[in-house]
Write a protein that binds this ligand. Sequence first.
Ligand SMILES: [Zn+2]
Ligand SMILES: [Zn+2]
Length: 135
Amino acid sequence: MNCPACSEPMIVLEVEEIEIDHCLGCGGVWLDSGELELLLENASNRDELMATLAKGVEGKEKHVHCPICSRRLQKLRYGVEKEIILDKCSRDHGIWFDRGELCQALRMGEYLSGRPVYDILSEIFGASCKNDTPK
Ligand SMILES: [Zn+2]
Ligand SMILES: [Zn+2]
């Protein structure tokens, strides 16, 4: 699969039956929709988080297309107090985090720690995000 943002081939990281597609070119990450469910599984405020996902937003960033069906991904807000914007396929193929969005998501650990996908993302990408200055 090629990166939806920069068209470089992505590498597949497979950890505990979860597949994460990662682009070494731009640092973005693609998660299949089932993996998003895993990310939010058992979160105490899961319903609240899913409700925030339903809100569409028009971001100023450039648009990204789904690597599976090529439709333009929808910009969604994610989070309750702190917010990140991510890109999700309207046919539920998955979600795209660009590098900055992924690091922001990892900083929202108070919502998500203990989720298998979160812990894996944190383990793989946490160190490289430490050098990023928060916006
Ligand atoms: Zn890329
Ligand atoms: Zn799609």
